[in-house]
Design a protein around this ligand. Structure first.
Ligand code: DWN
Length: 387
């Protein structure tokens, strides 16, 4: 049974950037988050229908940061590229391009990106991941040694169907490896903006193992990652086929200390979120009163949640800078702030809100002139502050 603990208000599709002629027919839904007392899963009270988010107009490109390109290249180098691997949610190929075109299989529901990995030479299924698709792939290509997903599994409302499909397609000793934002890190960082339409769940190791195990799989190893604001890389295998690494119990013990299996923790978290909202609005209004120019860096799904929850619009943030061509010369979802590309922060900008706070190091490196001239970033992670 799900117990609601946080209401982030009416939210738009986080990656549906607008042109002036479609601002009026924008779709909104109520983003309320709950705690499932049985599985310990933190999840939306109601899910947004996936085709509304993942379709031929999807704009998020995994390759838009060198951090993530290097991250996937380094991880892939651990394996023989000839292993039979399937990636769920291959996006623009940022991960699968490190693997052998003759053996790697891509699954990507967004047609625009499925066409890109097909053009790269990868067998690509332009479909959502389901038991039926897994069966079809098994018949055509056989079982897989590795099934991989990055920032994808937490996007799928029906986890039982998802995990059953994985279990059916894995070889007996195959491994399911997936990376998603860490609930523990969200609690530690106050990063409530990890919650948006595309993230129906924010995973704890405890909750994941509960749901994996009822579908014939179990977690055998956990790696804690710094990417995307703190993620976990989960290794899962068919129950009883592998030793359980000590990292699993270590992560579960840490999560128990944080209280991720207890609704009280999330009631306290919701209070922190409300305080974060009030503090961010206060700091931005102060900048406005002082006549300061404030922009945002990174037209992220995360900042869609923040802007719409906090009521931030162009009266507080003049524009959003983003390197993604499909987002430029558009308006941000819900808050309707212009998105444009600037190859560096302009000299008249006083403050930069970090929409892409998860790339702070990469951004500071790129924007060293702004930092040198005393330019300040504004962030809400882990608390609202100038950085
Ligand atoms: O799970 C998801 C994560 C992986 O990516 C997806 N459902 C949606 C998306 O979430 P996000 O938009 O919050 O992700 P990012 O990766 O934090 O987005 C960064 C944005 O910032 C991109 O649009 C690219 C842009 N960017 C930029 O303009 N200059 C990024 C860097 C590093 C830069 O220097």
């Amino acid at each position: 049974m799900k117990i609601k603990f946080l209401d982030l208000g009416d939210q738009p599709i986080a990656n549906r950037f607008l042109t002036t002629d479609n601002v009026t027919d924008e779709f909104f839904y109520n983003l309320s988050v709950g705690f499932d007392n049985d599985t310990k899963l933190v999840t939306h009270m109601e899910y947004v229908d996936p085709p509304l988010m993942f379709n031929e107009n999807y704009v998020y490109r995994g390759s838009m940061s060198t951090t993530m390109q290097n991250h996937f290249k380094q991880f892939s180098s651990r394996f023989s590229p000839d292993l039979k691997i399937l990636e769920i949610g291959s996006n623009d190929g940022v991960f699968i391009k490190n693997w052998n075109k003759s053996t790697a299989i891509a699954v990507e529901p967004c047609k625009n990106f499925a066409e890109e990995t097909t053009a790269l030479g990868y067998t690509t299924y332009n479909e959502f991941w389901t038991i039926e698709l897994a069966e079809d792939i098994k018949e055509k290509h056989g079982q897989q040694n590795i099934i991989f997903a990055a920032n994808c599994i937490c996007h799928i409302p029906d986890l039982d169907n998802t995990f059953k499909a994985v279990s059916n397609l894995l070889t007996h000793d195959g491994v399911f490896i997936f990376e998603d934002p860490s609930l523990a890190e969200m609690i530690n960082n106050g990063s409530y903006d990890q919650i948006y339409d595309e993230h129906p769940h924010i995973f704890s190791v405890i909750a994941l193992d509960n749901i994996l195990q009822r579908n014939g799989l179990e977690i055998v190893r956990v790696e804690n990652l710094s990417v995307h604001g703190g993620s976990n890389r989960i290794y899962a295998k068919k129950i009883g086929t592998s030793e359980i690494d000590e990292s699993v119990e270590q992560n579960k013990a840490y999560e128990k200390i944080l209280g991720v299996d207890n609704i009280e923790t999330f009631i306290r978290f919701a209070q922190k979120v409300k305080q974060s909202r009030d503090d961010l609005i206060r700091i931005l209004f102060k900048c406005k009163e002082e006549g300061k120019k404030v922009i945002s860096y990174g037209a992220t799904s995360k900042s869609t949640t923040v802007f719409n929850y906090c009521g931030i619009d162009q009266s507080l943030i003049e524009y959003v800078s983003d390197t993604t061509p499909e987002k430029q010369n558009k308006l941000t979802p819900g808050s309707h702030i212009p998105v444009m590309f600037k190859d560096k922060i302009e000299d008249d900008v006083d403050y930069v809100y970090l929409g892409a706070w998860n790339f702070l190091n990469e951004i500071k490196e790129k924007e060293s002139d702004f930092v040198k001239r005393g330019g300040k970033f504004i962030t809400h992670v882990p608390i609202v502050k100038f950085d």
